[in-house]
Design a protein around this ligand. Structure first.
Ligand code: GDP
Ligand code: ADP
Length: 218
């Protein structure tokens, strides 16, 4: 995977960048606290726009949840294997979140870009900052809960976390909600209060990209 197409600092990169700007759909970064509703919104978007979006499947050292599939939701891996991949330069970015490692491999993104569909990345705020240092040029969207109380309720109701991991996620959420206010960090902040309204807002933000890909495919 080393020496992937778009991540080296060279003349070639410049040419690739302009090539991509002309012909490739812009990726989308979805970020925001755990439990804010990123997966819910993303899954609906992908279902209702079949063949227009591709998910960048991250690596993680956390255990799969019931219903999650290796290679589809995440590439589940060990700390050792992931660190080896990082040392090998296979990752665009990686971060520690709630006691686990997460990261976007170059191939995860390149596989989607190669299909000329809109690449969706679901990353935490550390990932957002790291992606800003690449030439990916995505649309940055932050999905935020209406309040900490509602976030906590949603996370509890989801029944995926132990009390310990829930508390870690709530701590991270407080930080995320604060840091996300930074000017210029996100192109759009969507408050996911009413799901329908949040979804309409997301579709609206992406309408131009969606239209472009639809036209390119027709
Ligand atoms: N930096 C980074 N963060 C990631 C990546 N994949 C997932 N995350 C973030 O890791 C956090 C935890 O994800 P997960 O364990 O799936 O929990 P969930 O977001 O509550 O469903 C979320 O904030 C994700 O956005 C990645 O590849 N890189
Ligand atoms: N607008 C909403 N109103 C009520 N519940 C929601 C809403 N959006 C998401 N949820 C629920 O909240 C929980 C967390 O959403 P999820 O998409 O898993 O968040 P994330 O991917 O950001 O961690 C899920 O159980 C989901 O069904």
């Amino acid at each position: 995977m080393r020496g992937g197409v778009i991540w080296t600092d060279s003349d070639l990169l410049q040419r690739k960048t302009s090539f991509r700007a002309m012909s490739r759909p812009r990726p989308v970064v979805l970020s925001g606290p755990s439990g804010a509703g990123k997966s819910t919104l993303m899954k609906r978007l992908m279902k209702e726009h079949e063949g227009l979006f591709g998910f960048s499947v991250s690596h993680t050292t956390r255990n799969p949840r019931p219903g999650e599939e290796d290679g589809k939701d995440y590439h589940y891996t060990s700390r050792e294997a992931m660190q080896k991949g990082i040392d090998n330069g296979d990752f665009i970015e990686n971060a520690e979140f709630s006691g686990n490692m997460y990261g976007t491999s170059k191939s995860a993104v390149e596989d989607v870009l190669a299909k000329n569909v809109i690449c969706i990345l679901d990353v935490d705020i550390q990932g957002v900052r790291r992606i800003k240092d690449t030439d990916l040029n995505p649309i940055y969207i932050s999905v935020q809960p209406p309040s900490m109380e509602i976030l906590e309720k949603r996370l509890r109701d989801r029944q995926t976390e132990t009390e310990e991991s829930l508390q870690k996620r709530l701590d991270a959420a407080r930080t995320d909600m604060e840091l996300s206010k930074e000017d210029g960090l996100f192109d759009v902040v969507i408050i996911n209060d009413d799901l329908e309204r949040a979804y309409e807002e997301l579709k609206d933000v992406l309408s131009e990209e969606i239209k472009n890909v639809q036209e390119a495919q027709s």
